[in-house]
Design a protein. Structure first.
Length: 404
């Protein structure tokens, strides 16, 4: 064993929770394995940023043991691993590491580190080389945060160039970022076919622009549930409850994220008998009824719903009508301030009416000239929303005051 290798393993056992993990000296590995180096194929990208917590994700080329090194000051003095059922997460490629106990309103630095696992038989682990990223930073929201800015994409449909194009056209410039987080509000993909598509059409373009230092929220659309890889999609994102429907608070806003499912009936030939979205929406309804009764929801100055298919103004297909049936009554009773949706590919704003007592914004479609970027500035007193077409024209707006 080389001196450098011995030093690494000694340091590793001192700093990590793996003090009892047996490690083999390097054994002869196949030449092909030695020639193909491990690397980061996506990330890091940030998820679930709270005032005291964040989830950092990335993907390695080969199975590895991975961790995050982080700190508030000049030094990355702390380490975080992922754990499951008493085990340190290892021998995997998709990394999802949550750091808790962070200081609210502080700047934090971090980098990701992965050590390739060449072999894992019984209790014997053979480690390979270690790779690490550059140093990135993020800022946790203040515990009493009174305002934030966000932007919303919808219906990109496998056009990754839309992400940098619309951000740079409408407020983003180099190191000046006029948003605190980004929402992808459904149909980011046309169908979910493989990991490469997820990386090339979302994770990499986000990483090139913002997601190493600002998080994004992924809302599932009806096109994401199509395709052979759709059942693996949840592995690549993080949510508070590990589902595609959940709630979170940012500053003065309580966000409710709903998954509208498909727009067709469950027995439609396109799904081969493998869908159960009616049942899925009924389960969400029960969760939603509980959420709107929580203190976090009731005490929030504002309440915003993110859902790809709007239960209203989305046509009379089965999916929208079932959403209207199961979600509509609950939302109308819950004093919702705003709903943001997509799906129709026709940008529009809808004032409250006899069917819904809250305003609705529906973003545009994927084709240039019809693409929109929705920008929201939330304060403790008001919500200011603008929907901007890709040519710069404002095609929708709302200014909503806090209800007394």
């Amino acid at each position: 064993m080389s001196t450098n290798r011995r030093k690494f393993l000694e340091k590793f056992t001192q700093l990590s929770a793996l003090t009892t993990l047996p490690v083999l000296a390097s054994e002869a590995a196949p030449q092909a394995v030695l020639e193909e180096k491990n690397r980061f194929v996506a990330g890091p990208y940030l998820q679930n940023l709270l005032s005291d917590e964040i989830t950092i994700m990335w993907i390695t080329h080969k199975n590895s043991l991975s961790w995050v090194e982080y700190g508030e000051g000049a030094y990355l003095s702390k380490k975080a691993f992922a754990y499951q059922d008493g085990l340190v997460e290892a021998n995997n490629r998709i990394n999802k590491i949550t750091i808790s106990g962070l200081t609210a309103g502080a700047n934090h630095k971090y980098r990701i580190v992965s050590t390739e696992i060449l072999g894992y038989t019984g209790s014997k682990v053979q480690f390979g080389e270690t790779i690490m990223s550059g140093i990135y930073s993020f800022k946790t929201p203040a515990a009493n945060e009174e305002e934030f800015k966000m932007v919303v994409f919808n219906d990109i449909h496998d056009r990754p160039q839309t992400i940098p194009q619309l951000l740079y056209r409408h407020g983003f410039s180099g190191n000046t970022r006029d948003f605190d987080f980004v929402v992808f509000n459904g149909d980011t993909f046309e169908t979910t076919n493989n990991e490469t598509q997820i990386i090339e059409h979302l994770l990499k373009p986000c990483g090139d622009v913002f997601s190493t230092e600002r998080p994004f929220v992924f809302v599932q659309g009806n096109h994401e549930v199509r395709g052979a890889f759709s059942r693996q999609l949840p592995q690549y994102f993080a949510s508070p409850n590990h589902k595609f429907y959940y709630a979170f608070t940012r500053g003065p806003v309580r966000f409710v994220v709903l998954d509208a499912g498909e727009d067709k009936t469950d027995d439609n030939w396109e799904y081969g008998g493998l869908s159960a979205f009616d049942r899925y929406r009924e389960i969400q309804k029960k969760w939603l009824e509980q959420e709107v009764e929580t203190p976090e929801f009731k005490k929030a100055p504002f309440r915003i719903v993110l859902i790809h298919i709007s239960p209203f103004h989305s046509g009379d297909w089965h999916g929208p009508m079932h959403c209207q049936k199961v979600f509509g009554p609950v939302l109308n009773k819950a004093k919702i301030d705003l709903q943001i949706s997509g799906h129709t590919h026709r940008y529009a704003t809808h004032e409250p009416d006899s069917s819904h007592n809250y305003p609705i914004v529906i973003g545009g479609g994927p084709v240039e000239g019809n693409r929109t970027l929705i920008k929201l500035h939330a304060t403790s007193k008001e919500l200011n929303l603008q929907m901007i077409r890709d040519d710069g024209e404002v095609v929708g707006k709302f200014n909503l005051k806090r209800k007394t």
